[in-house]
Write a protein that binds this ligand. Structure first.
Ligand SMILES: [Zn+2]
Length: 480
């Protein structure tokens, strides 16, 4: 017995020793060099002014509203700032959604596409420090709704192309710019543009949309700025869970009424934690990506997933809502309803559950698990909306490596990593025309700016904006 224990202890010590040696050998991939791009103060000022002019047009999207007046105004502003794009490139407009094609030397080759949305979410003016649609520029910061999400992206992409057109640059393959009017309401803008591309047999080598950005604190313990390049996004499902039964007068209530069954089910499902936690491929890619930049204990764990994966699989789902979300399908009960009057028992009561299926337990399987548990409580389910998780971009593909190289050249001394996105973007629609749908805005965001996403006081720094323009230029210009 003693010898067995000693042998087990010996194996553990040996494994830990191997892990420690491997950790010591991991080197952070910093590039001790100057950025390949630069900009002048005049350029920084003009970029900020272009973004400010775009912010001033309140292009708020809302379900059921098809009025394009504000979007048409935005197009006028864009045409003013990007005259060569609007006059020289092949333009396709479908219900306010714009697609520009810049013909390259060889249009038979797969092209590249840069995209972002024109619409913004509403802003409650009373909670803002600056008027959300004034586009104020103060001390190197542009303020307003859309400054970050995501008029900065559209402005930077369009400016990059405009400058290259002015310089007489001719790209090796076709370059597309696309921008939709209803991303924030999961609208049909991007699908319409994709249908057009499909009808014209367009295949794209890569697509770049909003998503990850250059930010701090990407994972706990990561202190350096990190370019997080989104390689996947989770799915989306809305399910209505319905309790049916006899209604009637509330003065003579039955046992186990409709609402009581729903409440019991919600409670049970939340405690059950029914979805499988797993270190799926995109999460492994992300942890391996950040590992070289973490300090010792965390680097030891993330740099040796062969040893620590089982422990992480247990710890991450309960560490924080964020780490839980990248490990498994999540669910949230968001809306509910019963009868129309306080003294009437409902013959039908419901609760809406919003699921975010992960790549290892996709939408159908996740819904089936929900259905199985709902049945135990005599509840029916109806699927309102269902979307599978996106494909996962191959981080070993030439196109992914090219983006990483551009980031390293333009932003030396920061970390670069694949990123598992828990939210959704328009980008998923482009999977029909490209295998490399990347979700990445090359723009530096500070924690306050990240927190202002869809909230009050959205802003962007003018120097970050200028870097972003130059990144897109570099990305287009060095594409082989
Ligand atoms: Zn957005």
């Amino acid at each position: 017995m003693k010898y067995i224990l000693l042998a087990v202890l010996g194996i553990i010590v040996l494994l830990l020793l191997i892990a420690v040696i491997r950790t010591i050998l991991i080197k952070a991939k910093y590039d001790d060099k100057k950025s390949a791009v630069s900009y002048t103060p005049e350029e920084e000022k003009s970029y900020a002014e272009a973004l400010s002019a775009m912010i001033k047009i309140p292009t708020i999207s809302s379900r059921g509203n098809t009025d394009l007046t504000e979007f048409e105004k935005l197009h006028e502003v864009m045409a003013e700032h990007f005259p060569l794009i609007f006059s020289k490139l092949e333009k396709t407009e479908i219900d306010g959604n714009l697609l520009f094609r810049w013909a390259g030397k060889d249009s038979k080759r797969e092209g590249i596409l840069l995209m972002g949305h024109q619409d913004v979410v509403p802003a409650n003016e009373t909670t803002w420090e600056h008027n959300p649609f004034s586009g104020e520029i103060i001390d190197g910061v542009v303020h307003g709704r859309g400054a970050m999400d995501c008029k900065c992206t559209v402005m930077a992409e369009f400016t990059a192309v405009e400058e290259l057109l002015r310089e007489g640059y001719e790209p090796p393959c076709d370059v597309y710019l696309s921008t939709s009017v209803n991303e924030e309401i999961s609208g049909d803008g991007a699908p319409k543009l994709v249908e057009y591309l499909k009808a014209n047999n367009v295949r794209l080598a890569s697509v770049m949309d909003e998503g990850g950005a250059i930010m701090g604190d990407l994972v706990p313990g990561l202190s350096v700025l990190t370019a997080a390049i989104g390689i996947v996004e989770k799915g989306y499902v809305d399910v209505k869970i319905i309790a049916r039964g006899a209604g009637g007068h509330s003065s003579t209530p039955p046992k186990n009424s409709q609402l009581a069954r729903l409440a019991a089910f919600i409670n049970y499902f939340e405690h059950k934690r029914p979805y499988k936690a797993k270190m799926a491929a995109p999460l492994i890619a992300m942890l391996e990506g950040v590992s070289p930049y973490l300090s010792f204990p965390l680097r030891l764990v993330t740099g040796n997933l062969w040893l620590f994966k089982p422990i992480l699989t247990l710890v991450l789902p309960v560490l924080s809502p964020m780490t839980a979300a990248v490990m498994q399908t999540t669910f949230a009960f968001t809306m509910c309803g019963g009868s129309k009057a306080p003294n009437v028992l409902p013959d039908e009561a419901y609760v809406i559950c919003n699921l975010r299926p992960c790549v290892h337990q996709r939408a159908d399987e996740s819904v089936e698990i929900l259905r199985k548990y709902a049945k135990k409580f005599k509840l029916d389910i109806e699927i309102i909306e269902k979307r599978e998780p996106s494909k996962v971009v191959d981080v070993n593909s030439e196109d992914f490596k090219y983006v990483v190289k551009c980031v390293r050249d333009c932003y030396p001394n920061i970390a670069v990593t694949p990123f598992y996105m828990t939210g959704g973007t328009d980008c998923r629609h482009y999977e029909a025309v490209s295998d490399n749908c990347l979700r990445f805005c090359p723009i530096r965001l500070n924690p306050q700016q990240l927190a202002a996403m869809h909230a009050a006081n959205e802003s962007i720094n003018t120097d970050a904006l200028a870097e972003s323009v130059k990144f897109y230029k570099y990305y287009i210009k060095n594409h082989k």
